[in-house]
Design a protein around this ligand. Sequence first.
Ligand SMILES: Nc1ncnc2c1ncn2[C@@H]1O[C@H](COP(=O)(O)OP(=O)(O)OP(=O)(O)O)[C@@H](O)[C@H]1O
Ligand SMILES: [Mg+2]
Length: 94
Amino acid sequence: MSESLILDVRNVTKRYDSLEVLKGITLGLKKGETKVVIGPSGSGKSTLLRCINHLTTPDSGEIYLEVKKYETPTSTPCERAWALFSRTSTCSRT
Ligand SMILES: Nc1ncnc2c1ncn2[C@@H]1O[C@H](COP(=O)(O)OP(=O)(O)OP(=O)(O)O)[C@@H](O)[C@H]1O
Ligand SMILES: [Mg+2]
């Protein structure tokens, strides 16, 4: 992961059966930076975001969020969502 990037998406691909949705997506985000994902309906915006927040598993590529490289998940989507939320929020589990 590049030193200044908090999000580093490298060559991510995802397909659903014969439908190739993400065809090698690469993007980086620095702290404080805003980027907007735009595209027609069905172009894969939500799929990309779901890969980044770990609700969908990419077929290939690498995603680094902060300093953690996310591998193929062994936990449930709910557990992964909580893990992400709890690291990015000031709330604590009660
Ligand atoms: N779980 C899934 N199983 C099969 N196909 C899927 C699945 N999720 C998304 N797709 C397909 O992948 C393509 C991209 O969908 P996605 O929801 O990422 O598009 P989008 O850009 O977010 O669209 P919208 O602007 O309508 O929200 C679509 O053709 C969609 O039907
Ligand atoms: Mg969408």
